[in-house]
Write a protein that binds this ligand. Structure first.
Ligand SMILES: C[S@@+](CC[C@H](N)C(=O)[O-])C[C@H]1O[C@@H](n2cnc3c(N)ncnc32)[C@H](O)[C@@H]1O
Length: 202
C-alpha cells in the first residue's frame, strides 16, 4: 500500500494520529529533506524527493507490495504531491491521509472563516491577478518569485482596497503573522516561507 500523508504545517504536533501511526509502520518513507529530517527514530529506509519525481514514481509502482509512505507538508491535496501521485498510481493501491494545510492554519490564527475562500498558488506560474483580486477572500501559497510584495504591487496598481495577511513559518517557533495594507507590506525588507491572505476591506 502507498500512503500519502499530510504532516500539517510544520510542527509535528499538528500531524494526525492516523498519519503518525502509518508513518512508523512503513518500510519506506519518501519525502523532501525538511520533512524526512523531521521524522525521528524511523527504522525503515528513507528516500529523498528532489528533482527525481519520475524515478521515485517508478520505484513506488514497482514496489507496491511494500508499505510505503510519501510524506508532504500541509495537506497533500492542496498544491501538494497528492495530485501527481493519484494521477499516476492505481487508486486501489493508494491511501491519502489529509493533513492540516498551512492555509487552514493561518485562518484559525486570524479568527476568520474559510467560507467562500478562493485558494491559489504562485508556484511556477504567472498568476492571473485580475481574476484573483476579483475575489473577496483569497489565500495564496507563494514562492520566492511572487510573494507578499509582488502581490501588494498588483493591488496598488489596480487601486484596490485590500488588507493583506502574511503568515511566515507557520506553527514553527519563529512563526510571524503580519497584517497590513499593501503599502505597509512593501516596507518590509524580506519574508520567509509564507502564505498570503488577501481580504476586501470592510
Ligand atoms: C508546495 S506548497 C505546499 C502547500 C501544502 N500542501 C499545504 O497544504 O500547506 C508549499 C508552499 O506552502 C506554503 N507553506 C507550507 N508550509 C508553510 C508554513 N509552515 N508556513 C508558511 N507557509 C507555508 C508556502 O507558501 C510554501 O511555499
Amino acid at each position: 500500500m502507498i500512503n500519502i500523508i499530510g504532516l500539517g504545517p510544520g510542527n509535528l504536533d499538528y500531524t494526525t494520529k492516523i498519519g503518525e501511526n502509518l508513518i512508523y509502520k512503513s518500510e519506506v518513507l519518501i519525502g523532501g529533506k525538511r520533512n524526512l529530517d523531521s521524522i525521528k527514530n524511523f527504522r525503515g529506509s528513507k528516500i529523498e524527493l528532489n528533482s527525481n519525481l519520475k524515478e521515485v514514481l517508478e520505484y513506488i509502482n514497482s514496489n507496491k507490495e511494500k508499505q510505503i509512505s510519501v510524506i508532504a507538508s500541509g495537506d497533500p491535496s492542496i498544491y501538494g504531491i497528492g495530485r501527481y501521485l493519484s494521477q499516476n498510481i492505481d487508486k486501489k493501491d493508494l491511501n491519502i491521509v489529509s493533513g492540516i494545510s498551512s492555509l487552514q492554519y493561518i485562518f484559525s490564527k486570524i479568527y476568520i472563516d474559510m467560507n467562500d475562500l478562493y485558494i491559489t498558488s504562485s508556484h511556477g506560474k504567472i498568476p492571473d491577478f485580475d481574476y484573483i483580486l476579483s475575489h473577496k477572500k483569497v489565500c495564496m501559497v507563494t514562492d520566492d518569485k511572487i510573494g507578499p510584495k509582488e502581490i501588494s504591487l498588483e493591488i496598488i496598481n489596480r487601486n484596490l482596497n485590500k488588507t493583506i495577511v502574511v503568515g511566515e513559518n507557520l506553527s514553527y517557533l519563529d512563526e510571524k503573522i503580519t497584517v497590513g495594507r499593501p503599502e505597509d507590506i512593501l516596507k518590509i525588507e524580506k519574508f520567509d516561507m509564507n502564505v498570503v491572505v488577501i481580504l476586501d476591506e470592510k
